[in-house]
Design a protein around this ligand. Structure first.
Ligand SMILES: NC(=O)c1ccc[n+]([C@@H]2O[C@H](COP(=O)([O-])OP(=O)(O)OC[C@H]3O[C@@H](n4cnc5c(N)ncnc54)[C@H](O)[C@@H]3O)[C@@H](O)[C@H]2O)c1
Length: 330
C-alpha cells in the first residue's frame, strides 16, 4: 500500500516508516520539520518538507504518489504549552487536520490512521482504561485530540471515511538496530530524561511527587514500545477496507510502571546512577494511567512484543549511547 506518513520525521512516525518498509509497503513522508529530523527518514523514502495544512501541496502529493492511506502523527504535544497557548494547538492539531482531511476526501483517499492519546480520558475514575470509558480531557492538548476523534466519526458517517484512532499510552524505546530513536526538543519524556541524567548531559532528573497512593508513592504509567505501536498501525489496514469504519483502540501493555521503577531500569541497563531530586506533585498528573488493550488484541491480533520495561529501556539506551546528543541536525 502507498502510505502518506504525516509527521513521519518525528519520533513515532519515523519508527512507523521503518515498519511499513519492513512489511513491504511504500511510505511517503510529509513533515515540515518543526520538530522532526530529516535524518530519521531513510534517504530513499520520498520526503516532502510541507505543512500538512497546505491543501494545494498535499493534493499534489496524494496524486503524484498515488496515496491509498494516510497516517497522521503530526501534532504539537506539549501539555503545559497547550494550556498557555491553546490557539497554537487548535490551529495545528485541529484546523490543519481539517485541511488534510478535506484534501483527502476531495482526492478520493478515504483511509486514515490517527495518533490519539490516553490524555483524552482526563483523570479517570477506574483503571485499567477501556475504550468505552468517558473521555474528559483536562487540557487543550487532550481536547484537540478528542475534537479530531469526533470530527473523524462524523466524516466516517457522512463521507465514508474509514479510520482508526489509536489512543497511545507512553511511547518508549527505539529501533532495535539502534538506527533511529527518540529526540524531542524540548524533551519531556521520562526515559530519555533519565538516560540523559545518567549520561551527565542533563541536570538531575526531577521527580514530581512521591506521595501518591501507589506502591512506591510515584506515578504509574504504561510504557509501550514504539515499534509495537507502529505494528498496530499496519495490523489495522485490512479493517479499513470497509467504508465508514470508525475504530478506536487503546495501545498500551497494560503494565503500570512507576517513576522509581523506570529509574531502576535505567540504572540497571546503563550501569550508571541516575542523579535525581524529588519535588512536589505537578498539577493534572493522575496517580495511575494504564491501558486495557484487549480490543486491539482481539480485533487486530496485536500483542506487544516488548513486555518488560528493561527490554524497552535497552533499545532506548542503544540509541542514546550511540547518539548522546540525538540527531546531529534537523
Ligand atoms: N510520544 C508519545 O508518548 C505520545 C503519546 C500519545 C500520543 N502521541 C501522539 O503521537 C503523535 C506523534 O508523537 P511523537 O512523539 O512522534 O511527536 P513528534 O513531535 O516527535 O512528531 C511529530 C512530527 O510532526 C511534525 N509536524 C508537526 N506539525 C506539523 C505540520 N503542521 N505540518 C507538517 N508536519 C508537522 C513535526 O515536525 C514532527 O516531526 C502526536 O500526534 C502525539 O500527539 C504521542
Amino acid at each position: 500500500m502507498n502510505v502518506l506518513v504525516v509527521g513521519g520525521a518525528g519520533y513515532i512516525g519515523s519508527h512507523c516508516v521503518r515498519q511499513l518498509i519492513a512489511a513491504g509497503h511504500k511510505p511517503v513522508v510529509l513533515d515540515n520539520l518543526v520538530y522532526g529530523h530529516r535524518a530519521a527518514v531513510p534517504e530513499d523514502t520520498p520526503f516532502y518538507p510541507t505543512n500538512l495544512g497546505n491543501e494545494k501541496e498535499v493534493g499534489k502529493i496524494l496524486r503524484k504518489e498515488k496515496i491509498e492511506l494516510v497516517m497522521h502523527f503530526a501534532a504539537y504535544a506539549y501539555v503545559g504549552e497547550s494550556v498557555t497557548d491553546p490557539l497554537k494547538y487548535y490551529f495545528n492539531n485541529v484546523a490543519a487536520t481539517l485541511h488534510l482531511l478535506r484534501c483527502m476526501i476531495g482526492s478520493g483517499v478515504k483511509k486514515f490512521v490517527f495518533s490519539s492519546t490516553c490524555a483524552t480520558y482526563g483523570i479517570p475514575e477506574k483503571m485499567p482504561l477501556v475504550e468505552t470509558m468517558p473521555q474528559a480531557p483536562i487540557n487543550p492538548y487532550g481536547q484537540t485530540k478528542l475534537d479530531v476523534e469526533n470530527i473523524l466519526k462524523s466524516f466516517a458517517h457522512a463521507y465514508g471515511l474509514s479510520f482508526a484512532a489509536f489512543r497511545y499510552f507512553n511511547a518508549a524505546g527505539a529501533a532495535e538496530d539502534g538506527s533511529i530513536g527518540e529526540h524531542h526538543d524540548p524533551e519531556t519524556h521520562l526515559i530519555p530524561l533519565a538516560i540523559d541524567a545518567a549520561n551527565g548531559v542533563r541536570p538531575p532528573l526531577q521527580i514530581y511527587g512521591d506521595d501518591y497512593p501507589t506502591p512506591d508513592g510515584t506515578c504509574l504509567r504504561d510504557y509501550v514500545h514504539v515499534d509495537d505501536l507502529s505494528r498496530a498501525h499496519i495490523a489495522v489496514f485490512s479493517k479499513l477496507s470497509t467504508p465508514g469504519a470508525a475504530l478506536f483502540y487503546n495501545l498500551g501493555t497494560g503494565t503500570p510502571t512507576s517513576v522509581l521503577e523506570i529509574i531502576a531500569a535505567v540504572e540497571k541497563v546503563t550501569g550508571k546512577p541516575v542523579p535525581r531530586s524529588t519535588g512536589p506533585r505537578r498539577a493534572g498528573d493522575p496517580p495511575a494511567l494504564y491501558a486495557d488493550s484487549t480490543k486491539a488484541k482481539t480485533e487486530l491480533g496485536w500483542t506487544p512484543q516488548f513486555t518488560s520495561i528493561e527490554a524497552i529501556v535497552e533499545t532506548a539506551w542503544k540509541w542514546h549511547e550511540a547518539n548522546p546528543k540525538g540527531y546531529a541536525k534537523a
